[in-house]
Ligand binder design. Structure first.
Ligand code: ADP
Ligand code: MG
Length: 299
């Protein structure tokens, strides 16, 4: 039975993209208005999707990842008026078969959230109280740990980057179809917090040399990061071309939090230049944020 399970699961869950898509759809189905996606090592070490949806009822938690369990349809008629992405009850169970999965959830009725650790068959092996608010957080660790060939596909950085781009494109698609939904994508623990006003706001400055009006902070330190400013401008211009041609740029603000070990602040005496050890990853994360904010990637 284990082999059969693994075989059928590996057909449902084929990639990092696939996992992100299934989890996002579950969050949207749960009525979430906010979804935060975190990836570590392109999702191979960790994929975490946190939502503020209605959560999973205590009565359903024991079967949530059991093959073919779904809370979304009760009768055959329901199938004809399906308003959810999911209805097969296959995703969560299939992900359990190819990774280490835990689920933290809290409904409106629950006093506190509970974390459930699931095994390969989707059964709960242990549970403990947790501290999160209403909604559900699914963590997927060590994806394809038991499918070496599939895991091997991701040994090339090129393939990993392609996959990350596909995840970004997927988010763009959801941003277009669900404009009220807010979501973030974080890769490798870079935390981004930005303030990007709409054009015409009071805090816009009319100046062709207003680069100094864009504030970038790395770990709370104001810094000059030309590439990042350029990226912000590029997206802003694509989004609001009319404003940009009148040289009206808003005062953008972006806070970047990275692990202290991944940044070198002593590059210049005034410490306004910092060396980001993985600048590529930071730029990718900033771009993902802009794309999810504005809904598309400028060409
Ligand atoms: P399906 O989406 O087809 O119902 P899944 O395997 O994706 O099947 O999920 C199984 C069940 O787990 C869902 O029907 C739902 O009850 C619950 N569930 C999964 N993710 C969430 C979530 N983010 N919020 C609320 N309930 C969830
Ligand atoms: Mg689903």
């Amino acid at each position: 039975p284990e082999t059969v399970r693994l075989l059928s699961s590996s057909q449902v869950i084929t990639s990092v993209l696939n996992v992100v898509k299934e989890l996002m759809e579950n969050s949207i189905d749960a009525g979430a208005t906010s979804i935060d996606i975190k990836l570590e090592n392109y999702g191979l070490d960790r994929i975490e999707v946190r939502d503020n949806g209605h959560g999973i009822k205590a009565a359903d938690t024991s079967v949530m990842a059991v093959r073919h369990f779904t809370s979304k349809i009760c009768s055959h008629e329901d199938l004809e008026q399906l308003e959810t992405y999911g209805f097969r009850g296959e995703a969560l169970g299939s992900i359990c078969a190819v990774a280490e999965v835990s689920v933290i959830t809290k409904t409106e009725e629950d006093d506190i959230s509970t974390q459930y650790m699931l095994d390969l068959t989707g059964n709960i092996v242990s549970q403990k109280p947790s501290h999160l608010g209403q909604g559900t957080t699914v963590s997927v660790l060590k994806l394809f740990k038991n499918l070496p060939v599939r895991r091997q596909y991701y040994t090339s950085t090129k393939k990993c980057k392609e996959e990350l781009k596909k995840v970004q494109d997927l988010l763009i698609a959801y941003a277009v179809i669900k404009p009220a939904l807010r979501f973030t994508l974080t890769h490798n623990k870079i935390l981004l917090d930005g303030f990007f006003p709409k054009p015409g706001a009071d805090y816009c400055s009319t100046s062709s040399t207003s680069h100094d009006k864009t504030l970038i902070f790395v770990n709370d330190r104001p810094v000059h990061q030309k590439d990042i400013i350029k990226l912000l401008r590029q997206h802003y211009t694509a989004q609001y071309p009319a404003d940009s041609t009148r040289n009206r740029y808003p005062n953008l603000m972006l806070k970047i939090i990275v692990p202290p070990s991944s940044v070198d602040v002593n590059v210049t005496p005034d410490k306004t230049q910092v060396l980001l050890h993985d600048k590529e990853a930071v730029l990718t994360a900033v771009e993902a944020l802009l794309v999810s904010l504005y809904g598309y990637r400028p060409t």
